[in-house]
Design a protein around this ligand. Structure first.
Ligand SMILES: Cc1cc2nc3c(=O)[nH]c(=O)nc-3n(C[C@H](O)[C@H](O)[C@H](O)COP(=O)(O)OP(=O)(O)OC[C@H]3O[C@@H](n4cnc5c(N)ncnc54)[C@H](O)[C@@H]3O)c2cc1C
Length: 334
């Protein structure tokens, strides 16, 4: 079955997810990319609507939950099992004020029936936590994935489905296809200037387990450390520590202050990490919108957009692919 030709612009997790889904629906897909792997190569890979939740951000929570359900119910099909690196998050607090904040969020979530449970014995759940850390909550349906493995597996799957690849697009007028999806993250406004998407920088570290070290934690650990946030995301060979968040144009140089704070906070939460190998630091640019919600839908008869996923592009990739698939279905060329 052929549905027509589709050009997807951007080869990050969003472009790849959209391309894969459209190819499965019978579109003849060409994926335009650049050598720069974008935010998707840097991300932590948490699929964490509950532990990201905050009163007032109900729509983000709802989208995140819809998308997490899709991760659990089909999005992982065809991807290697080991792209999933954790199946629970534990959110903990280091001091009293942090604990009060977390308690408020957990109570707000559980009052709405979400599967989160408060704990005052966090070290019974995760013995590697620093002494003195007691309070937190567990989010038992959340996942974490190896972001790079997901990107590579989606790219291979696209290739198997017959998706072809091409270089960057300078202007939409140059694109020869029945339909076009703009999915190029922070660069989307270069192709469609009305899109309000700005880069928000984030540093992350990769720490590698080595012989003699305490084992890698089994679940994502998210912590408030004296008002700052840090997370530890398990990988097969260590942990990803993230992430700072601030605006600094398109700068992707990891800055000393960001790296120092992440290391201090990570070791305050899990002192055993001090023995790990410091393998990598990197910074990426989150494509952020003014209201923190992604821009997914139609721009004109030929053009769709899937961009502006901010802190949650991995989490929201399945939901985005489904939304774009539904838009495309309504427009199969005669
Ligand atoms: C530090 C950090 C931590 C994060 N942690 C998480 C997390 O734990 N969980 C989560 O869900 N999300 C996380 N995110 C967010 C997530 O990484 C992004 O939302 C997601 O990667 C956005 O995907 P994208 O495909 O839209 O953009 P990108 O991954 O940036 O990809 C866009 C691609 O388009 C290409 N491109 C640009 N212009 C053109 C053009 N003209 N033609 C062709 N191609 C073009 C770029 O080179 C790039 O490869 C994190 C982000 C950062 C920075």
């Amino acid at each position: 079955m052929s549905s027509g030709s589709l050009a997807v612009i951007g080869g990050g997790v969003i472009g790849l997810s959209v391309a894969r889904r459209a190819a499965q629906d019978g579109w003849s897909v060409r994926l335009h990319g650049t050598a720069d792997r974008g935010a998707s190569w840097v991300a932590g890979g948490m699929l964490a609507p509950h532990s990201e939740a905050w009163p007032g951000e109900e729509r983000q929570l709802q989208l995140g939950l819809e998308s997490l359900k899709l991760w659990h119910s089909g999005f992982l099909e065809g991807l290697p099992d080991d792209v999933v690196t954790a199946r629970e998050s534990l959110v903990v607090a280091v001091d009293r004020a942090d604990a009060d904040d977390l308690k408020r969020v957990a109570q707000w979530l559980s009052a709405q029936g979400h599967p989160v449970t408060l704990t005052s014995s966090a070290r019974d759940v995760e013995p590697l936590l620093a002494q003195g850390i007691r309070h937190g909550f567990r989010a038992v349906t959340e996942l974490a994935v190896d972001n790079r493995a997901v990107v590579e597996a989606l790219a291979s799957q696209c290739e198997r489905l017959g998706v072809t690849t091409a270089g960057p697009v300078e202007s939409l007028g140059d694109v020869d296809a029945d339909m076009v999806v703009i999915a190029n993250g922070i660069d989307a406004p270069k192709l469609w200037p009305d899109l309000q998407i700005r880069p928000v920088k984030g540093e992350v570290l990769r720490l590698r387990w080595r012989k003699g070290c305490m084992p890698v934690p089994q679940r994502v650990i998210r912590a408030r450390v004296h008002g700052r946030q840090v997370y530890l995301v398990p990988r097969a060979d260590g942990v990803v520590v993230g992430a700072t968040q601030y605006e600094h144009g398109r700068d992707t140089a990891p800055a000393v202050t960001g790296v120092r704070e992440l290391l201090e906070d990570a070791c305050a939460v899990m002192p055993a990490l001090g023995e790990y190998e410091f393998a990598e630091c990197a910074a990426g640019l989150r494509p952020m919108t003014p209201d923190g919600l992604p821009i997914v839908g139609s721009l004109d008869e030929r053009t769709l957009v899937a961009a502006g996923h901010g802190r949650n592009g991995f989490l929201l990739a399945p939901w985005t692919a489904e939304r774009i698939a539904a838009e495309l279905k309504a427009r199969v060329p005669a």
